[in-house]
Design a binder for this molecule. Structure first.
Ligand code: GLN
Length: 451
C-alpha cells in the first residue's frame, strides 16, 4: 500500500482522481444553475421555476447542506456494513439516477432528482476521500501531495462544469444543462467500475473483532490519545462550518450579486453569470501546487506549518477576500451605473481560494491521520456534514442580504468574523497541536520531490 519509491503515486489515486473529477463535474454543473433556474421567470425562451430570489437561495442552502449532511450516514454505512469502496459504488449509481431525473422538465422531477443526488453525494463523497488516505502510510509526505492532486482533480471537474453546464443551461435550456451534468456523472461511474482492479485492498469492509468468549463484538474503548485527537477533530468541524459559511457565498449571494450589480461586459460581449462559478476551481488548478509547495517549503524550514496553523491562516485570508466584495457592494450602491467592476470579484475569489487551499485538502488529510481506523469514514462524514452546515449558514447570510440586511453589511461582517476567528486559532495553535500527539508530523522517507 505504501508507496515510497520515486514519488510515483499509487495507480488507485488516479482512479479516485478521475471518478471524483467527474462526480464534481456533475455536482458543480448542476449547482451553478440551481438558483438561476429556480429564480428565472416561468415564461420566456428558457423558462425557469419563477421563484422569488430569497426562496431560491433558501432552497439552495437546504440542498447544499443536505448533500453534505448525508455524508454522516454515508460514512456510517461504510464503517459498519459495506466498506468505503462499495459505498462509493452505490453513491455513484444514485447520482446517475438523480442527475438524469433532473433532465425532465417538471418541478416534481427537480425535487426527486435533488433527493437522489443528496443520497448519492452522501454515500460517495466522504468515502472516496477516505480511500485516498488509505493509499498511503500515515506519516508519508506523499500523502499530502496525493490529497493536493486529488483536490486539483475535484476542481478540474468543478471548473469545466459551470462553463459547459452553465452555458447550456443558462442560454439554451436548463434541463439540457442538468442532463449534461448527468452524462459527466455516468463517465465518472464508468471510470470507477473500470478502475476496481487498482483499488485492491483499499476501502474494503473491516468486520469488527468478535470476542470468542461471549460471541459478541468486542468493544475497544478509545485511548486517551485517541480521545484527545477526537477533540481536535471536533474543533476542525467548527472551523469547517465557519470557513464554508464564508466561502460558499459564491453560489448564492455572490452569484446573484454578480448577476445584478457587477459589470460583466468585456468589449462587446457579456460574461454569463454562471461562469464566475468556475473561478474558484480555476484558481485551485492554477495555484494548488504552488500553495502546497509554499507550505511544504515552510515545513522544511521548520516554520509553523501544522494543520491547525494553516487553518487559522486560511480563515484570515478568506476573510480578507470579503473586503473586496464589500468594496464592490459599496460601489454598486453609490455609482451612477449601479454596477461595480468585476476586478473586485476576481480578487475576492482569488483570496478565497488561497484560504481554501490552506484548509480544505489539508483537513481531508488531517482527518485520515487523526481518526482511529474504525471511525475514519464516520469522521469524514461528520466533516462534510459540518461543511454542509457551513453551506446552510452561507444561505442564511445570503438571504439576509436581500431581506433585512444588505450585501455590504454581510460582506463586512464576514470579513471581521473570519479574521478574528483565525487569529484566535493561531493564538492557541501550540495547545491544540499538543492534542494531536504527533499525528500531524510528516516524516520524510523519500528524497525525491514531486507535486
Ligand atoms: N470544493 C470541495 C469539493 O467539492 C469542498 C467540498 C466541501 O468540503 N464542502 O470537494
Amino acid at each position: 500500500m505504501a508507496n515510497s519509491t520515486k514519488s510515483i503515486h499509487p495507480k488507485g489515486l488516479y482512479v479516485l482522481f478521475f471518478t471524483e473529477m467527474w462526480e464534481r463535474f456533475s455536482y458543480y454543473g448542476m449547482r451553478a444553475i440551481f438558483v438561476l433556474y429556480l429564480a428565472a421567470k416561468a415564461t420566456g425562451l428558457n423558462p425557469g421555476a419563477g421563484w422569488e430570489k430569497a426562496d431560491a437561495l433558501a432552497m439552495y442552502g437546504w440542498y447544499t447542506m443536505m448533500v453534505y449532511v448525508m455524508a454522516v450516514p454515508g460514512g456510517i454505512i461504510a464503517d459498519r456494513f459495506l466498506g468505503q469502496k462499495k459505498t462509493v459504488m452505490l453513491g455513484g449509481i444514485l447520482l446517475c439516477i438523480g442527475h438524469f431525473i433532473l433532465a425532465l422538465d417538471t418541478i416534481e422531477a427537480f425535487y426527486a432528482g435533488c433527493v437522489f443526488i443528496v443520497l448519492g453525494v452522501g454515500a460517495l463523497k466522504p468515502n472516496i476521500s477516505s480511500m485516498v488516505g488509505s493509499l498511503y502510510r500515515k506519516n508519508d509526505p506523499n500523502r499530502t501531495k496525493g490529497f493536493t492532486l486529488f483536490y486539483i482533480g475535484i476542481n478540474i471537474g468543478a471548473f469545466t462544469a459551470p462553463l459547459l453546464v452553465g452555458y447550456i443551461g443558462e442560454t439554451i435550456n436548463w434541463h439540457y444543462g442538468f442532463g449534461l451534468a448527468g452524462i459527466g456523472m455516468l463517465i465518472g461511474q464508468l471510470v470507477y467500475i473500470w478502475g476496481q482492479k487498482h483499488l485492491k485492498g483499499i476501502g474494503d469492509f473491516m468486520p469488527k473483532v468478535v470476542d470468542p468468549a461471549s460471541g459478541k463484538k468486542a468493544k475497544e474503548p478509545l485511548t486517551k490519545i485517541e480521545k484527545d485527537r477526537m477533540v481536535v477533530l471536533g474543533l476542525t468541524f467548527l472551523i469547517a462550518i465557519i470557513f464554508w459559511g464564508a466561502y460558499e457565498q459564491a453560489g448564492g449571494l455572490m452569484n446573484l450579486f454578480t448577476k445584478e450589480s457587477v459589470n460583466r461586459s468585456i468589449g462587446s460581449s457579456v460574461v454569463p453569470t454562471s461562469w464566475f462559478q468556475a473561478l474558484h476551481a480555476f484558481y485551485v488548478i492554477l495555484i494548488g501546487v504552488p500553495v502546497a509547495f509554499i507550505w511544504n517549503y515552510l515545513r522544511k524550514k521548520g516554520k509553523p506549518n501544522s494543520t491547525i496553523f494553516k487553518m487559522g491562516v486560511g480563515t484570515i485570508i478568506t476573510g480578507v477576500g470579503f473586503i473586496f466584495l464589500a468594496k464592490a457592494a459599496y460601489d454598486a450602491s453609490t455609482l451612477s451605473t449601479g454596477q461595480a467592476s468585476m476586478i473586485w470579484i476576481l480578487l475576492a475569489y482569488l483570496l478565497h481560494v488561497v484560504g481554501e487551499l490552506s484548509i480544505s485538502p489539508v483537513i481531508l488529510n488531517f482527518i485520515t491521520k487523526l481518526s482511529p481506523v474504525k471511525y475514519v469514514s464516520m469522521m469524514m462524514g461528520l466533516y462534510f456534514c459540518a461543511s454542509g452546515f457551513g453551506n446552510k449558514l452561507a444561505g442564511i447570510l445570503g438571504e439576509a442580504a436581500f431581506e433585512d440586511s444588505s450585501p455590504f453589511a454581510i460582506f463586512m461582517g464576514i470579513f471581521i468574523f473570519c479574521v478574528l476567528f483565525g487569529l484566535l486559532l493561531i493564538v492557541f495553535v501550540k495547545k491544540l497541536n499538543a492534542l494531536t500527539h504527533g499525528a500531524d508530523i510528516e516524516i520524510e522517507s523519500d528524497p525525491v520531490e514531486s507535486a
